[in-house]
Design a protein around this ligand. Sequence first.
Ligand code: SF4
Length: 271
Amino acid sequence: MSTINIKENSAKTILTKSKLPKCDYVINPYLGCLHGCHYCYADFMKRFSNHAEPWGKFIDIKKNAAQTLDKELKKVRPKSVLLSSVTDAYNPIEKKYGLTRQILKVLLKYQIPTSILTKSDLVLRDIDLLSRFDDCQVGFSFLSLNSRDSRNFEPTTTIPKRRINALKELKNNDIRTYAFIGPIMPYITELDPLFMHLSDVSVDYIFCESFNNRGQARSNIRSIIKQKYSHIQQAFWDSFDKNSDYWPETAQYINKLSDFYKIPVNIFFHR
Ligand code: SF4
């Protein structure tokens, strides 16, 4: 933690109108994310915050987030809220500051339909609150079920098998669950074991997204593929060629898995 710049400040607003599907508003309790995933598209937030540190090495704590939300909810009543879009509400700093827990208490007070997407099983700490919502769902993201692949791209997240266990525990507490498979990395993300394990823990649906090869993260990924996956390097980049069949075939395969395991899927591939 010594090389991480942690700053406490206050937020004038905390509810942000969202263009994401089925999500009215988003809440980001923190600016920055200590998970520091190498494919993260949220590093554009640096432009809005005067941070020069690498993504994953700074975090701003919006200390008054819950109080601000309480005031906003007296004026606006969202149909649904997502935690979070440009941070992980359960990134490691949440253990110390508990902003997400404070925010959940406010959302619960107004019974705002809430969706959480995380890579950390710290979310289990809040089962007591989550299970009291009328409408709440928790999703985990997976690039792979393989811990080594996960570590290569998302170095400080909860390892995938623990995420699966967390989904199971949430389900055992009657909380609706989902999985986000993404970003799908060609020839690295193995779909069969993911679907099998996600079926075992009865997720309600799965969302699949391809790696966005046009994003800012392209150079990070290029260097990881070169260093750790040189044996598939050519095939990896060829899959993004506009004439490649890789993504249509992958979509077909996902639909087959969805039929086989009887789990609804949404597919979003950047082409
Ligand atoms: S957990 Fe999400 S927001 Fe945080 S670094 Fe990873 S991809 Fe970005």
